[in-house]
Design a protein around this ligand. Sequence first.
Ligand code: SAM
Length: 274
Amino acid sequence: MNYRHAYHAGNSADVFKHYVLTLALAALHKKDTPFCVVDTHAGAGLYRLKKPGEFEQGIGRLWPQRAAWPALADYLDVVAAFNPHAALKSYPGSPLIIQKFLRVQDRALCFELHPQECAHLNTVLAHGPRVTVTEVNGWNALRGALPPKENRGLVLIDPPYEQPGDFKALATALGVAGKHWRNGIYLAWYPVKQRRPIERLHAAVRALKLEAAAVEFLTLPADVEQRLNGSGYVLINPPWKLLDTLRATLPSLAEFLAGADGRPAVQVWDLSGA
Ligand code: SAM
């Protein structure tokens, strides 16, 4: 277990990941009834940004131009909340982003296996309520958390993919979760490197026969299998209009973050398997 998200925090994959997360969380505000969010691989919660760093091609590129991106306002507002003096110094991870969207009636469960990341997460979340952190294997804990009593909400699955088995673990987890909580929203992030594991994951999701899609966001040409060319989300039960919003906004965001040397690409698959 060597993965530390701090090295990657705020990179272009995080911008994509957290922008989509904020859209899904905002969609949950359309009803007053309570919701529950489960974050199976929560990370340390808040990251100090130091140059040189991957964030320079991600949030670092976007930050000076943020006024020109009204479509990303909810996401950028959360980042701004952790950078009150305008200079970009810190980057909030998924638990802090989720916490910002919780109303008095909502709650979140965060699972994190690494003791140090867990301790840090507890510290940064202490200033706000309604999030429970558990030091536990997120793959195992997910099953016990479903269905949440609110029967509304979303599950973020964001493993480190340092083990070759993480794609398989994700397909299994979605299968089990889909049985126990069919109407939950699932956002399952994956890296775009080799195509084979992604194709197998897509096939496994199709077989669930749930309303599902995948969205990929690339800033580099997909011809080097050893590096992170981009990333994707499997989206199960995506909120109404979410895919339309992503189709409208992601191509220009990918183009902007790819810069002159990259190769932007956005692709959407229907995995509904009907
Ligand atoms: N979701 C976070 C975010 O968006 O800010 C980033 C999470 S990072 C990609 C993956 C995290 O999973 C790491 O902090 C790692 O320590 C943790 N981890 C690895 N294996 C795990 C497991 N089996 N259960 C729970 N957490 C795990």
